[in-house]
Design a protein around this ligand. Structure first.
Ligand code: KG4
Ligand code: ZN
Length: 340
């Protein structure tokens, strides 16, 4: 089965052609246009600019993906597209375009929840993953831990109370004037550091409920920077900047993985999936490997290009979901709920 996967929920416009084979999904081509140059000066995604840029990019990414795979539209068995959650103007671009293409060519059309896409990305890494699995989905918008009964059924275990983990990286990079998005640059500098700065202490919750919080971490980073005159402008070569980045990397990885041992026991999990942009993080990836080995969990962490938003993950999830009976009655939904 050949699937065209499309993703435009935030600031990445991406299309991919994936072949579903008996041994799992195989990527035939992927096109992705970034908008980092556009949003960089603002230190974060500007929704109106993102929506307008998607309109300019949509045609190119679809054509590029089809051409690279040498795949005429008529040979496609499915078109899968992100329905939500995300920025509504961004979502609408590929959602509407894909419906029109599917209708004109008579191709079955599948709307996909963005988080099922991040989960589906892990099928490229371990297609025969044993379930149930724990799924840690971490990005610029999500920090959620689920119990996955299979690749399309998720039950929430815990999530962040405020910011997503990716925001801690993006805001830190912004405070240190390192550019946008922050995760990749903070991670690179962390790996160059000879030592880590003092660790950040984890928040304590009065209600005792299991969750995460990353907004306090942003404040803690801000106070650290304010306490060292000139640090905000010191730049990427400064050892103090690198030490701070390493400390952030270690803190976020430790916090994210902390609940896994207990929850794995409670849920009878056999695997651990980590996906979403923050799953590119080198410290998180190496700590996850150590932890999974210790707990005898099969680990599925996609290659970095499948962790950040991309069309291939939507195609991978889209083959497992039913095509819509009436695409014209459906709309993009910025708050789309996950039906377990
Ligand atoms: O999944 P994604 O591409 O978009 C959303 O759905 O949000 O994730 C983007 C997030 C950004 O916050 C970015 O800084 C973060 O993923 N990120 C990283 C790394 N690469 C990207 N965070 C930490 N370490 C990285 N290497
Ligand atoms: Zn995402």
């Amino acid at each position: 089965m050949y699937v065209l996967g499309l993703e435009s929920s935030c600031d990445d416009c991406s299309a991919a052609v994936v072949e579903e084979t008996p041994s799992g999904p195989v990527l035939l081509s992927m096109a992705k246009q970034s908008q980092d140059h556009l949003h960089g000066p603002y230190g974060g995604v500007v929704p109106e600019l993102a929506a307008r840029e998607h309109l300019l990019q949509v045609r190119n990414v679809i054509q590029e993906a089809l051409a690279k795979a040498d795949m005429p539209l008529r040979r496609l068995d499915r078109i899968a597209v992100t329905q939500g959650p995300g920025l509504v103007g961004s979502l609408l671009t590929l959602f509407s375009a894909s419906k029109a293409i599917a209708w004109r060519e008579g191709i079955p059309w599948v709307p996909v929840h963005h988080l099922l896409g991040h989960l589906g990305a892990a099928r490229f890494a371990v297609p025969d993953l044993p379930f149930p699995a724990l799924a840690l989905l971490v990005s610029g918008g999500h920090t959620h831990l689920y119990r996955a009964a299979d690749w399309t059924h998720l039950e929430l275990i815990q999530k962040t109370r405020d910011d997503a983990a990716g925001e801690a990286f993006d805001k830190t990079a912004r405070m240190l004037n390192l550019g946008y998005p922050g995760g990749p640059v903070v991670d690179t500098l962390a790996r160059r550091a000879e030592r880590a700065a003092a660790p950040f202490s984890a928040p304590k919750f009065r209600d005792g409920k299991a969750s995460w919080s990353f907004s306090g971490l942003k404040t803690a980073v801000k106070l650290r920077i304010a306490g060292e005159p000139g640090l905000d402008a010191a730049g990427p070569e400064d050892p103090r900047v690198q030490a701070l980045c390493r400390s952030l990397n270690e803190t976020v990885a430790a916090w994210l993985l902390k609940p896994i041992p207990a929850v794995a026991g409670e849920t009878g999990a056999r695997s651990l999936i980590i996906s979403g942009g923050v799953a590119c993080n080198s410290e998180l990836r190496s700590q996850a490997r150590i932890l999974a080995d210790r707990l005898h969990l099969r680990l599925a962490v996609p290659e970095p290009r499948f962790c950040t938003d991309n069309g291939a993950m939507i195609a991978s999830a889209g083959v497992l979901l039913p095509p819509a009976a009436d695409p014209w009655s459906m709309n993009a939904d910025s708050n789309l709920a996950l039906v377990g």
